[in-house]
Design a protein around this ligand. Sequence first.
Ligand code: NOJ
Length: 755
Amino acid sequence: MNIKHSILLLVLCASFTLSAQKRIPKVEDLLQKMTLEEKIGQLNLLTPGGGVATGEVVSKNVETKIKAGQVGGLFGVAGPDKVRVAQELAVKESRLGIPLLIGSDVIHGYKTTYPIPLGLSASWDLALMEQAAQMAAREATADGINWNFSPMVDVARDPRWGRIAEGAGEDPYLGSRIAEAMVKGYQGNDLTASHTKLACVKHFALYGAAEAGRDYHSVDMSKVKMFNQYLPPYKAAVDAGVASVMSSFNDVDGVPATGNKWLLTDLLRDRWGFGGFVVSDYTSLNEMIPHGLGDLQAVSALSLKAGLDMDMVGEGFLTTLKKSLEEGKVTEEEITNACRRVLEAKYISGLFDDPYRYLDSKRPSKDILTNENRALARKLAAHSFVLLKNENNILPIQKNKKIALIGPLADSRNNMLGTWAPTGDLNLAVTILEGFKNVASNATISYAKGANISDDEEFAKHVNVFGPRIEIDERSPEVMLEEAIALAKNSDVVVAVVGEATEMTGEAASRTDISIPESQKILIRNLVATGKPVALVLMSGRPLTIPDEFELPVAILQVWHPGVEAGNAIADVVFGDYNPSGKLTATWPRNVGQIPIYYSVKYTGRPAPESGEFQKFRSNYLDAPNSPLLPFGYGLSYTTFEYSDLKLSKETIGQGESISATVTVTNTGNYDGEEVVQLYLRDVVRSITPPKRELKGFQKVSLKKGEHKEVTITLSADDLKFYNGQLNFVAEPGEFQVFVGTNSDAEMTKSFTLK
Ligand code: NOJ
């Protein structure tokens, strides 16, 4: 490609989403040459199997279809040589030689798996997250992939929903910043570069609000809630230039997202100016039949007209659009428009220029699972851990101790990567036992399993669909427990690695009881009863209900599912080589009855007393407080931080002006550490009921022991805005209250007025 051509491509990429109307001559020429069948073929996305199928249908006769020009893209194919075979079929054997998009679910790392997204979000470190996405893009493109089904930005406020693991938690502001960082990381500044790939923001929209936390369930919410609480992260991804959008399984206002014109056209394209293409989720087009919207021909026509461009696996477009055109149910222009968007994506990723640009067979060994990548995965994991409790400063543990390492997840290689890591290799994961030995070679470390993850065989069967995650031991629970207790008694300190198996969260992995399974609860109680100091290393893909464990005199380090470097990263933190700095990005309830639960609730007309005491005829429960066990933004450190001197730059501001808050943060403890300084805003009076407070800024700062720093967070004019009853984005005059502190309960406050 010559320089002029590269510059043209760069300009087109940069303006891609902004100008849906801009025509690309190469694409227009091609469209002129295409038959109707070939245009429809570009709307067809297939998977030949070999990857993880997330539905019942797996595509058939893929080779024949590619040659016939009936396929626009594939997923579940990887490796330069394999992709080359597919790409050559398209380029050399189909009539017009249009290259294929090669998609993949690279959710948290390609081969170098890093923490699940919910864990990564807990680092609150945007630069690090962008770096993570860059690494994933470099590895995946080295393996021939040019399109990524990530980031997943669904706001989730119901931890029963298993896919809370795949997103950034409950908050639209934090979720938006993370969405931008991930899109930037995947796509870079130049989509034609060999190490960048098209991103796909998903699942548009509101998928995280499935009723009762049950996957694929209905969603129903008001427009003001949608606009203010659920849509911002998708919009942020669009504003960051994301090249594609995946529609969700659920309905929105009664119409499944995949066939929802208001969503895919009026909002996404017309209001937000999205110029890329929309792909369905796995057979979500066909699933409109059981949703109750008609037969395959009807739902396919509906979806095309709604603004869906590509049909994942379902072949509804392929098999019915021609008939619909003949019957006048769709227009050729609608088919051409969808095809144009798919071709434009291929163009901006440089595939027309060189269909084999991602197919350098020397790259995998150079770019994948390098030492550098593994070091980054280890860092990402350590930064994602959240210290929930540290009774008597049990953590960090000195490296010369006699340690009883106990628990069903302490030496469980199959459970380290986390859900939705289909491209990772379980066998490469470092277990906690191995990590401890690597990092603390002078310690005496003995291991006992102590309990099964769960003793329930039926439950284990549901969890183990992708292979053994819950392995029920041949020994009886009593025998395992006895062994563990004996080991604990004979040690200086106990580290118990407990929690969820990886597939206890993720897609189609909702739970109605989100506590630690009973088998492990018994183990924990018995270990504490030995009187030895006990540190719980808690693994999960969601917030858990742990009121009983939280009462025990233990340390609790929440580590999510940390990825390929799990054991090393956990050892880094347990032994104090890294001081934990993560903060929760989803509220931890006391019990499932409090769900949905999130910090940015409204007061209601009958607010519960601030004291938390029960009062009749107030909005509270008879049997539990309203407050969660652990609030959004919560996380401890081995050191302590003090906040003082909150100042605002102005007392009054005008429309369109910004304002800054400055606070002094001092490291008052005995370790160097990092703190996430958080700013929340309350719009005191406005035309629609305001949340009690909303995150509007944060900064992660590093402070040496004894050091203090002034931290300034600036609120832009937009940070004061919200979508009003007419869905206009406005800031209304009046008082605003700023809260700054260490989590969403921050009490230090100052007010200002917007004129
Ligand atoms: C279904 C999932 O909902 C989606 O996130 C994923 O990208 C597709 N399957 C493809 O694997």
